[in-house]
Design a protein around this ligand. Sequence first.
Ligand code: GTB
Length: 215
Amino acid sequence: MIPTITAFESSPDRGRGLARDMRVRWALEEVGQPYTVRLLSFSAMKETAHRALHPFGQIPTYEEGDLALFESGAIVLHIAERHAGLLPEDANARARAITWMFASLNTVEPPILELQTAKFLESDKPWSEQRLPLIKDRIRARLGELSDRLGEADWLDGAFSAGDLMMAGVLLRLKASGMLDEYPNLAAYVARGEARPAFKRAFAAQLAVFTGKAQ
Ligand code: GTB
């Protein structure tokens, strides 16, 4: 059964791969699962029909037969559990890869989101200039720790896994800030993710929505 995901009809990032459907597309491409995309306007996301799929009125969602999922992490985990290629066979290695998925979402992404909120939604506030360096310090603390753990390895725990897909997907959001370049091994880690053919196909597909060339 071909799953359907949802994505922005008009992504504010202009196709730079920053919206969270990118992770889901990437996972689907990694496992070779074809998919269809339903594009949604901001108002359609808040309508009852979409809220039945996503209680918070957001993208991405994932529908496959009777199953409807929301939350990019849960969707990527579902894809990784149903197909070979994104989670190791060994039970302990599998649990560690899932741990890295959680770490990306619960430990690394939150301060990165704070930065984006501060830049795009709070820049007119009188306290904004004082808050930004505090948020950047929190991001640097996490990046430093992650950089230490990665060291010279290609991926976080052996072979590329859903944990790396999620972590690289989260770190990508920092590219424009220049902060990633302060940690050369993390910049190289993200570049390795971006160099994967599955990433390139997913990126091209979401960019095609913006350029009007989506099929
Ligand atoms: N925790 C959820 C998940 O991981 O799936 C979060 C989902 C979420 O935040 N979705 C966003 C959304 O639907 C799109 S990805 N927003 C609309 C709304 O809440 O009304 C977040 C996002 C949006 C835009 C950019 N950008 O332009 O750079 C980057 C990321």
